[in-house]
Design a protein. Structure first.
Lengths: 376, 126
């Protein structure tokens, strides 16, 4: 049976519809996917993302150990900063894409994808060397994402100490929320991160002390604080359309154990010149020999909705497939991302998407589809 | 979930409304609610023969594409073109917005479908 987050009953009582994702039964929508999508773009949305995994790495050698597992470089990263990185296999394909929260050189938090938690933990443990401990704390962490232009205003309302300095983009703090009514405040880790292309926060709460009641307090408290701003609870359906518009990769689609980060356009997060790391040799070779297929954004010219797995055609032959596709609600068009043979394609070029045995016209466009300037 | 008296219902959540020899086909309230926001409808071509169980069209929600199966056999004599530009009409009133009209080959096929009470009972278990 699929696993459920500590907020399952609360969400069910709110009328959420559930779906199976990465071994979890998660809310796909609370009201309407499109409404929830627009709430995140225009006001604010709250997601329960407790399915994400959290693994703590501690010890004298924690930093050099993690740096060997990932393609990006942790060594210049200051404390309280967050680093995004692929984590690769020896052959250069992606085991997972993760966030690394640096508390210090001897304590790091890895946030991993829900479907990869056990696999990642085993992979990490199998490479342990030196003074390092690995602890999977996923089961006791509730993670919420508050996203949208009003996210900062809503967080300010619920800070225990209103003089708290909020973190900038990809920074985090440990702080306390609520408690001005005399109840004990909730200790949380608060980071300025997200998966929507909007400003916002991710909030990590350890529920090992008070269990589900703390999770419910956090969830209900944020919805209450955001009510006047038009906040909506948002499910996985809109999470997917939002991240697709921002062209953020989803493991299992744009990244997988058959795709390298270079093919997925994540060259910036692969530091070939840093000290040795797993997959370096394969990635250096691919980089030298040329990357034969790449991820492209496209939008539909003809009617029809592109979906994951659909073939892409050019001049009568197959040049690749759609990794993610669907409606892009903020743009009012259909489009997606496709992994295509690199035949010198550029923005404006016409390709064909096979939709139910018919070739439908589409054009290559720059990504992200949706971009917004916000506080960094 | 709303069901309507006088309509026939299939296990795949299509409804049939018979008017003389014309059978209007659509998807049920239960189906539209399960799918969520409908953003695309692919209607069939008028004039085509279709057998019961064949794909009559496709309804796409934000998340996925779902086939609509013809609950009866016959000739497609009309399609609802309004759905091309306004697929959300199915969410708004699923029983008013048919997908196609079929001229029935065998009205006897209707007896294999459910009535509103049977369908309401059927969707309870889903």
């Amino acid at each position: 049976m699929d696993r459920r987050t500590p907020l399952y009953e609360t969400e069910k009582a709110m009328g959420a519809k559930f779906t199976s994702f990465g071994g979890w039964e998660l809310p796909v929508s609370y009201s309407d996917i499109l409404k929830e999508h627009h709430a995140v773009r225009n006001t604010a949305g709250l997601f329960d993302v407790s399915h994400m995994g959290e693994i703590i790495i501690e010890g004298r050698d924690a930093l050099s150990f993690v740096n060997r597992l990932i393609t990006n470089d942790l060594s210049p990263v200051p404390d309280n900063r967050i680093l995004y990185s692929p984590m690769c296999y020896e052959n250069g394909t992606v085991a997972d894409d993760i966030l690394i929260y640096k508390f210090s050189g001897t304590k790091l938090l890895l946030v991993v994808n829900a479907g990869n938690i056990e696999k990642d933990e085993a992979w990490i443990r199998s490479h342990v060397t030196g003074d390092v401990t690995v602890e999977n704390i996923s089961d006791r962490i509730v993670q919420l994402a508050l996203q949208g232009p009003w996210a900062e205003s809503i967080i300010r309302k619920i800070l225990n100490d209103e003089n708290t300095v909020l973190p900038g983009f990809y920074w985090f703090i440990e702080t306390r929320l609520f408690g001005k009514d005399g109840q004990p405040p909730l200790k949380v880790l608060l980071s300025r991160t997200g998966y929507t292309g909007e400003d916002g926060f991710e909030i990590y709460l350890d529920i090992s002390e008070n269990g589900k009641s703390d999770a419910e307090r956090l969830w209900n408290g944020i919805l209450e604080a955001g009510r006047d701003y038009g906040i909506l609870p948002v499910g996985l359906g809109a999470r997917d359309t939002l991240r697709l518009e921002a062209a953020l990769p989803l493991y299992g689609h744009e990244l997988s154990d058959a795709i390298t980060p270079l093919e997925a356009g994540l060259k910036f997060f692969v530091k070939l010149s840093k000290e040795d790391f797993i997959g370096r040799e394969a990635l250096a070779r691919q980089s030298e020999q040329g990357i034969k297929r790449k991820l492209y954004g496209f939008e539909m010219i003809d009617r029809g909705i592109p979906r994951n797995g659909y073939e892409v055609i050019m001049n009568g032959s197959k040049i690749g497939y759609v990794t993610s596709g669907g409606p892009l609600p903020s743009l009012g068009i259909n489009g997606g991302l496709a992994l295509l043979d690199d035949t010198g394609l550029s923005a404006g070029d016409t390709i064909g998407i096979m939709i139910r045995e018919r070739v439908c016209g589409a054009r290559i466009v720059p990504t992200p589809f949706y971009g917004k300037k916000y506080k960094k | 979930m709303e069901t309507r008296k006088g309509l026939y219902y299939s296990k795949d959540h299509e409804w049939v409304r018979v008017d003389g020899d014309r059978a209007y086909i659509g998807i049920t309230d239960y189906a539209q609610d399960s799918l969520g926001s409908i953003v695309y409808v692919e209607t069939p071509k008028a004039g085509r023969k279709i057998s019961k169980g064949q794909v009559l069209g496709v309804v796409e929600s934000v998340k996925a594409a779902s086939d609509i199966y013809s609950p009866v056999s016959g000739t497609i004599i009309e399609v609802n073109d309004a759905l091309t530009g306004n697929p959300e009409l199915i969410n708004e009133s699923p029983y008013e917005n048919y997908i196609a009209v079929i001229s029935l080959d065998d009205p006897g096929e209707l007896s294999e479908l459910m009535n509103d009470e049977q369908y309401a009972e059927y969707t309870k278990g889903e």
